[in-house]
Design a protein. Structure first.
Ligand code: GTP
Ligand code: MG
Lengths: 709, 163
């Protein structure tokens, strides 16, 4: 190689060596300046033997040697390293190459590249660290206050050390009651907004609420649905003051899942933002995925709206992402985000924009839709791409899903803010489905969401004012015809009169988490009933239903145990009913729970059997006592051959697994006959009795002497 | 004289470079300059009758910008997982890195809880910390600033590797 040519071109600052033997090199080209500092043994020679002075290079030569031995054309790189010579620190990278059958070692001086990389990474990493610290502080204060506010009735009881910690915190803490009236605002909260605690005319809280409402369309939704929120708000006080603030909003719930307090935590991140602004790449792009960030997204959305071209805004929320972070750590979480971004990007057209707008939230401006069905089609492609399993660096498998909310410009809204607000509302609607799905914003959706909120509020009142009642529906032994069990079914006495059935309100209770307190009430009430029943009918069992959300509540077992003890009933008389779906979705939790209840002596039946996808192995491995054949199969038993076959199969399978079989929804004599003939053990349905109030049930039980309803 | 390779690993900004600087040159700087790639420093440790040369591999902080590279562990006789007691997340990340290392090597691992001169700002209880330390050969509470436990940590490692 022409030394003069390389120098003349001055492309890179490198030295080129040819391998002539193990650890022996011929110098083809060298930048004498640093090369002899790095390898003094080469000084004044054209051929030299490597002396192992540089530990990093020595290590790389192991790989290089292997590569040279194989001898295929190509190259491998050492990765950048720093070498301390007598005079200075060199930033280097080595490349081992094979070309035309010859073996080369190229060492480049990457001083400039190093400085450039370091400059960018320096900013990025300082940001990362400060952000990490702020978020950790917020989380910590939240956790402590949460448990504290839950334990004590009023803030007056707040322990001195915590009060002191809040007073001395270097970030603003505001505790407000459920109607957003301030209860406690620490000195830093005032200081951040240059207010004085003595001046009662203006509170930091007012400012925060105003900014939050103005700058984030999800404001109403956060409060209406008692959601946690985290984001950055901008405060400007004329003429010269402006600050960027990191705001975290947390609802503090009581045991009835009602909001008792709200906690606001605010930190000044102006310096971080300033750092960011020195680096445009970091201002408009998200550091993890390299996608445009929220700011970029808003700018683009506003431009497109100005241009007056129809478009859809899609708001994407990654399902179960929190679980990935919890199970595998943040690094793995970040990695999955990157993979998600790279799967979504190719599905979009040139005119579309994909951005990362929040922790596990993405947003898309979709410009080429002619009709909602185009949008639906895109959504289903997005969802399918995300539902393929992800793998972390160390090959752990993660499954996530996608909730998508869509709003259309100009049909649904004419400005960016409303569009985002409506898409957010739609995604919130989509979140309630167990499966990944897309929801379009519509007036009906708005109406439905308003109705749901009302229903939720009414349910909260119902819990507090005890508006529930348990009805019982008897189950009969098909052989003897006597009542051996009853299912407890909840009814809600509406304040305006009338009774609501579970189907009307349990879904909302389930979504809002209110099912947990309601479910506890059911269990406690059922135990009470049993303690009365067992005085006369000491073998009659009661079964109660458990919902998916209840099963996820880790205190459920403790509660059941204490309810059984408190009412002094025989645990053998209590039965829990779970649907097949719960088994499949929550297998590990369910297994633990069922093992525990089994130890206590409580029995378990699987509800709606045949409608889900539980595999045989679940049934074999879980401590289950009965299967309940879903009413949909029983209904058409007289006419539908398929249903007949299914029912027979379930009975046969259950018996081979030594499980009992209960048929629900039995309405005709023929059905009863068929079931009895085919050895179904137990039956329940209108043929015998509809669900009736407890007193009526007891009366009937006594008058009929427990035979033949 | 025998030579031993020891890697310093951990999240960004926990003080890997500072620990090496304190040990090798006896100096500390408040200014944070993030590392790119690897830098190897050497120092001879005098044991009772012998000397060991430690080759300290200061490796770029592992975070979203730079992943874990198992190849750097090749030939290492021990590694140190450095954490920062002012940053909770650094322990979680440190443990994660430790587990990744365990997939490629079973040489002794040391836990360094650094920045001991600053107030503790993580919320791990004694119990939790003791639990985590169990996964390591030994745990040191260090300060690259005051030098607390810095020499003793490296001397412990030299001794451990020599005998
Ligand atoms: N007070 C105090 N500061 C420290 C200590 N160790 C490191 N620092 C500071 O923490 C910052 C980061 O230190 P570095 O040694 O560069 O951290 P690092 O782990 O090498 O960081 P990366 O190379 O980016 O991964 C610097 O500002 C140091 O001054 C310590 O023991 N006490
Ligand atoms: Mg460093």
């Amino acid at each position: 190689m022409q030394q003069s040519l390389i120098q003349a071109l001055g492309i890179i600052d490198c030295s080129i060596l040819k391998r002539v033997g193990k650890d022996q090199f011929e110098v083809l080209h060298s930048n004498t300046d640093w090369f002899s500092e790095l390898l003094p043994e080469s000084k004044g020679k054209t051929e030299f033997t490597f002396s192992n002075e540089s530990a990093y290079l020595q290590d790389f030569l192991v790989d290089a040697e292997e590569f040279w031995q194989i001898g295929n054309a190509g190259q491998i790189q050492s990765g950048i390293w720093s070498e301390q010579t007598h005079e200075r620190v060199l930033r280097l990278e080595a490349i081992a190459a094979v070309a035309n059958g010859e073996r080369f070692l190229v060492i480049s001086n990457l001083q400039q590249e190093y400085e450039r990389q370091q400059k960018t990474l320096q900013v990025a990493r300082e940001l990362l660290l400060s952000n990490d610290k702020i978020l950790a502080q917020h989380e910590y204060v939240h956790e402590r206050l949460d448990s504290l506010l839950n334990e004590t009735q009023s803030l007056q009881d707040m322990q001195a050390p915590i009060q002191q910690a809040i007073d001395n915190a270097n970030f603003g803490v505001m505790i407000v009651d459920s109607s957003l009236k301030p209860v406690n605002q620490n000195p830093m909260a005032f200081e951040l907004f240059e207010l004085s605690p003595q001046d009662a005319s203006k509170h930091p809280l007012d400012i925060v609420l105003t900014l939050f409402e103005k700058q984030f369309p999800e404001f109403d939704r956060v409060f209406a649905t008692a959601s946690h929120w985290n984001g950055e708000i901008f405060w400007h006080k004329p003429p010269h003051t402006s600050k960027w603030l990191q705001l975290a909003v947390y609802p503090v719930l009581d045991e009835h899942k009602s909001v008792k307090h709200w906690l606001f935590i605010v930190s000044d991140i102006t310096r971080l933002k300033y750092l960011l602004q020195t680096n445009e790449k970091l201002t408009l792009y998200d550091g993890i995925t390299n996608l445009p960030n929220r700011q970029f997204f808003w700018q683009t959305l506003e431009q497109k709206i100005k241009a007056n071209k129809p478009l859809y805004v899609l708001y994407l929320d990654v399902k179960h992402f929190k679980r990935v972070n919890e199970l595998y750590g943040h690094l793995a979480g970040d990695e999955i985000l990157v993979q998600i971004a790279s799967r979504l990007t190719p599905l979009l057209g040139q005119d579309d924009l994909l951005a990362r707008v929040g922790g596990d939230e993405f947003a898309i401006i979709f410009s080429q839709a002619e009709s909602p069905s185009d949008c639906k089609e895109l959504a289903s492609r997005l969802i399918s791409s995300i539902e393929i399993p992800f793998f972390t660096d160390n090959q752990q498998k993660c499954l996530v899903g996608l909730n998508i909310g869509a709003a259309h410009f100009p049909r649904d809204a004419s400005n960016a803010e409303d569009l985002m607000k409506f898409a957010d509302l739609a995604v919130y609607e989509a979140k309630k489905r167990a499966k990944s799905t897309i929801k379009f914003y519509s007036l009906e959706l708005k109406e439905a969401s308003r109705k749901r909120l009302e229903l939720e509020a009414a349910l909260r009142e119902a819990i507090e004012n005890n508006q529930f009642e348990l009805f019982l529906q008897p189950m009969l032994d098909l052989d003897t015809g006597s009542v051996i069990k009853a299912e407890a079914l909840i009814r809600w006495h509406l304040p305006g009169g009338g009774i609501a059935c579970p189907d009307d309100f349990i879904p909302v209770a389930e979504q809002s988490g209110l099912i947990v307190p309601i479910g506890k009430w059911v269990i406690a009430r059922a135990c009470e009933m049993l303690s009365i029943l067992q005085q006369h009918h000491n073998t009659l069992k009661l079964s109660v239903n458990l919902s998916p959300r209840q099963v996820s509540d880790r205190y459920l077992f403790d509660f059941i145990q204490s309810a059984v003890e408190l009412s002094e009933i025989n645990p053998n008389l209590l039965e829990l009913e779970l649907t097949e779906g719960v088994l499949v979705d929550n297998y590990d939790k369910v297994q633990l729970l069922l093992d525990e209840v089994r130890n206590l002596g409580i029995s378990v039946s699987i509800d709606d059997f045949g409608t889900g996808y539980s595999s045989l192995s679940y049934l074999k491995n879980l401590p289950i006592d009965h299967l309940k054949i879903d009413r949909s199969f029983v209904q058409d038993l007289d006419t539908d051959e398929n249903d007949k076959a299914i029912v027979l199969a379930v009975i046969a399978m259950a018996h081979s697994l030594k499980l009992g079989v209960i048929a629900e929804g039995v309405e005709t004599e023929q059905q009863r006959e068929f079931l009895k003939l085919n050895h179904c053990d137990t039956a329940q349905g209108y043929l015998f009795s509809k669900p009736i109030p407890f007193d009526e049930f007891c009366e009937k039980l006594d008058s009929k002497k427990n035979t033949d309803w | 004289m025998i030579q031993k390779k020891v890697c310093l690993l951990g999240a960004t900004g926990v003080g890997k470079t500072s620990l090496v600087k304190q040990f090798v040159e006896g100096i500390f700087s408040e200014k944070y300059l993030t590392s790119i790639g690897v830098k190897v420093d050497k120092r001879i440790v005098d044991l009772a009758s012998e000397q060991v040369q430690l080759m300290l591999w200061d490796i770029e902080g592992i975070d979203r910008y730079c992943g874990f590279q198992p190849k750097y562990l090749r030939g290492a006789s021990a590694y140190i997982i450095v954490t920062d007691q002012t940053r909770s997340q650094s322990l979680i990340e440190g443990l994660e890195i430790h587990h990744q290392c365990r997939e490629v090597t079973d040489v002794p691992a040391i836990l360094a809880i650094n920045k001991s001169d600053l107030d503790v700002a993580w919320h791990w209880s004694e119990n939790e910390l003791n639990g985590y330390s169990q996964e390591f050969e030994k745990c040191f509470t260090t300060s690259a600033k005051t030098g607390q436990q810095v020499n003793s940590m490296f001397e412990f490692i030299a001794e451990l590797l020599y005998y």
